[in-house]
Write a protein that binds this ligand. Structure first.
Ligand SMILES: Cc1cc2nc3c(=O)[nH]c(=O)nc-3n(C[C@H](O)[C@H](O)[C@H](O)COP(=O)(O)OP(=O)(O)OC[C@H]3O[C@@H](n4cnc5c(N)ncnc54)[C@H](O)[C@@H]3O)c2cc1C
Length: 464
């Protein structure tokens, strides 16, 4: 087995985990000549996690959202294996390799998929889709974002199926506020999804015959089920390493504002594995990656670490997509649910004031697939100019929508009994949004060519 190529003059960076954070970090490091980096991931590909539920109802979707690491990290050292140890500036893998590093970045957010290769993953989606198509009644276990989004995808694409969602919590989507949970519950009920709250389902041998018992003794009959509880955090392997004392009680790595792991100068952690006090979201994991890319650059250029970039935890924003055209959006105290404007389906991240809002599965992936078509089609200057013009119109419409949301936000502020600190935070947030709007150079905003690389607000597909 060939060992990764190592240039002895360059600093060696090892990134463990090729998910949202790790893949963007590697893509960014690739641009810097001073690094010799190696990616260790348990699977051969990167997957846009928020496209998973759509891929279950439309398996061909996964052909675009599952991307081999080699496609966007051409020529890089990529090791497909689980990391299982860290000792003396070396990482060990389950297949028996030892990879030495000057700097280590841990990005093992959640335990990876059991499918190691892209074809395996695509077959898994085909099998899930067959399961959905051949069942009249479907049980979904778990009412977090995965369970809710899957129920919505099935309800929209297969409206005649009987979908039952059982959630052990007292309300759906506990990470958003009660108002948002209620809106999603009403939406699902309208789509004839039966939601059972405050109960869990134990999978037993009788489940094989389509009989499921809930914790309250109810019997549910269903032709198939999907377990949509969250994947375990990818840190159990760290408990046997020199980083064991840097894990907090929930198994997350404690990091400082520069993302350095507590107690180590040359080890960083990014993404969901960290103890940063914010919602665990992909767009925030991407921000972590960019901060660490910058900090590694500074260190490698001789910085003593004093001028490293500090990270401020992200503001509470959530988007839960509900089938192909609708979504729930919660930004600070404003919650809205409904149809995603047609324009959003074509948005690109060149419209930078809206970056924080573009991340639901349908919005995000539609944006990418559409943009990819544009890249291929933009064969002449005329095409390019027409595309720019179209983008300008889209940007203007979105700016207007944002204005309306800010007005709504201010109204909401007046109604709610916030503390002075809360009020200041919301007003500061609104000012940032407005400030962005004013400061965005219009020419750059509208004429930037589509990018096909991982960017700060989203991963773009590599050229096929
Ligand atoms: C269904 C779903 C929908 C979502 N929707 C959204 C959304 O709309 N917007 C949003 O912002 N966020 C969304 N998220 C959250 C987002 O996906 C996560 O916040 C993000 O994936 C975290 O990125 P990460 O790189 O930290 O971890 P992950 O993406 O979990 O990546 C971890 C990587 O580490 C690898 N790994 C684990 N252990 C090891 C090991 N020992 N050795 C080697 N490799 C290892 C795994 O294989 C994986 O590739 C969604 C998540 C899910 C599951």
């Amino acid at each position: 087995m060939a060992e990764p190529r190592v240039d002895k003059k360059k600093k060696r960076v090892v990134v463990i985990g090729g998910g949202v954070a790790g893949s963007l970090l590697c893509k960014t490091l690739q641009k810097h000549r001073h690094f010799d980096f190696t990616l260790i991931d348990s699977k051969e590909y990167f997957e846009v996690t928020w496209a998973r539920l759509r891929s279950m109802v439309e398996p061909s979707f996964a052909k675009r959202s599952v991307i081999n690491h080699h496609e966007y990290l051409q020529g890089a050292s990529i090791i497909t294996s689980d990391a299982n140890g860290i000792e003396d500036n070396e990482v060990s893998t389950t297949e028996g390799r030892l990879i030495s590093y000057d700097y280590l970045v841990i990005a093992t957010g959640h335990m990876g998929s059991k499918c190691v290769t892209k074809p395996e993953k695509l077959r898994e989606y085909e099998a899930d889709n067959e399961k959905i198509k051949s069942s009249e009644s479907i049980l979904i276990i778990g009412g977090g974002p995965t369970g809710v989004e899957l129920a919505a995808e099935i309800a929209v694409d297969f409206p005649t199926k009987k979908v039952k969602l059982v959630h052990k919590g007292s309300r759906l989507l506990e990470f958003i506020d009660e108002k948002g949970s209620k809106k999603v519950l009403d939406w699902l009920t309208l789509k004839k999804v039966e939601v059972i709250l405050g109960q869990s389902v134990a999978l037993t041998s009788s489940s094989d015959d389509g009989t499921y018992k809930t914790s309250e003794g109810e019997t549910i009959m269903a032709d198939c089920y999907f377990k949509c509880t969250s994947d375990p955090i990818g840190s159990s392997w760290l408990k046997e390493t020199s980083l064991k004392d840097s894990l907090n009680d929930s198994g997350r790595l404690m990091v400082d504002a520069n993302f350095r792991v507590k107690g180590f100068d040359n080890i960083f952690a990014i993404g969901d594995i960290t103890d940063v006090a914010e919602l665990k979201q992909g767009y925030l994991a991407q921000k972590h990656a960019l901060v660490v890319a910058k900090n590694l650059e500074l260190l490698i250029n001789g910085s003593d670490g004093g001028n490293m970039v500090k990270y401020t935890p992200g503001s509470p924003t959530a988007i839960v997509s509900l089938g192909r055209r609708e979504a729930l959006l919660q930004v600070w105290c404003v919650t809205s649910i409904g149809r995603v404007p047609e324009t959003c389906l074509h948005i690109t991240d060149t419209i930078c004031i809206l970056k924080p809002f573009i991340r639901s599965s349908s919005i995000f992936v539609h944006a990418i697939s559409h943009q990819r078509i544009e890249v291929n089609e933009m064969s002449s200057t005329k095409d390019a100019l027409e595309s720019i013009d179209k983008r300008r119109k889209i940007a203007d419409q979105l700016i207007n929508q944002l204005d309306e949301q800010l007005v709504e936000c201010k109204e909401e502020m007046k109604r709610l009994p916030h503390s002075p600190a809360d009020q200041e935070a919301v007003i500061a947030h609104a000012k940032i949004l407005l400030g962005h709007k004013k400061n965005v150079p219009r020419t750059n905003l509208h004429t930037k060519q589509p990018s096909i690389e991982p960017t700060s607000s989203g991963i773009r597909f590599p050229k096929s």
